[in-house]
Design a protein around this ligand. Structure first.
Ligand code: DQA
Length: 152
C-alpha cells in the first residue's frame, strides 16, 4: 500500500487560547479538540496529519521551510499573521506545496484590517467562516488532490 500523504496543519498566535478566547467569535472548541478531529478525519481520508501551533512568527516560518522536504501539503490558519506577515507569505511561496488557508471566522465580515490576507496571495484556496469544519473541508480537498496525484 502507498504511504499516506503527509499534511502539515499550522496554527498561528492566540489559537492556543481557543475555547476561552472570544467564544462568540471563535466557538467553544479548544485547539486540542480541533487537533483530535483533524487527526481522525485525516486518517479516515488516508492522510497523516501533523498539527502545530505557535505564537512566534519565526517558529512558523521554520516549520514551513522544513515542510518542503517533509510534507506533501500545508493547511494554515495564520491567525493575526495573516494580515501582517510577508515572511510567512514568502516561506509558503518557497515551500512550493499545495496550500489551503483556513479561518474560523469570516474575516470579511469583521474589521477592515482583517480583510487583507498576505497568505491568500499564495494559497490555492481559502476557507473562512465555517469554524473548525473549515479544517476538515481543507483536509477533504487535500485528500482528493494528493490521492489523485498518487494514482498518476
Ligand atoms: C482568525 C482570524 C484572524 O483575523 C485573527 O487574528 C485570528 C483568528 C480566524 O481563525 O478566524 O487570530 O485567523
Amino acid at each position: 500500500m502507498a504511504k499516506a500523504p503527509k499534511v502539515l496543519i499550522l496554527n498561528g498566535p492566540n489559537l492556543n487560547m481557543l475555547g476561552s478566547r472570544q467564544p462568540e467569535v471563535y466557538g467553544r472548541e479548544t485547539l486540542s479538540d480541533i487537533e483530535e478531529s483533524c487527526r481522525r478525519h485525516g486518517k479516515s481520508k488516508g492522510l497523516a496529519v501533523t498539527f502545530r501551533q505557535s505564537n512566534s512568527e519565526g517558529e512558523l516560518v521554520g516549520w514551513i521551510q522544513d515542510a518542503r522536504d517533509s510534507h506533501n501539503a500545508i493547511v494554515i490558519n495564520p491567525a493575526a499573521y495573516t494580515h501582517t506577515s510577508v515572511a510567512i507569505m514568502d516561506a509558503l511561496l518557497a515551500a512550493e506545496l499545495p496550500l489551503i488557508e483556513v479561518h474560523l471566522s469570516n474575516i470579511h465580515r469583521r474589521e477592515a484590517f482583517r480583510h487583507h490576507s498576505y497568505v491568500s496571495k499564495v494559497a490555492d484556496a481559502v476557507i473562512c467562516g465555517l469554524g473548525s469544519q473549515g479544517y476538515l473541508m481543507a483536509l477533504d480537498a487535500m485528500a482528493q488532490r494528493l490521492n489523485a496525484e498518487q494514482e498518476t
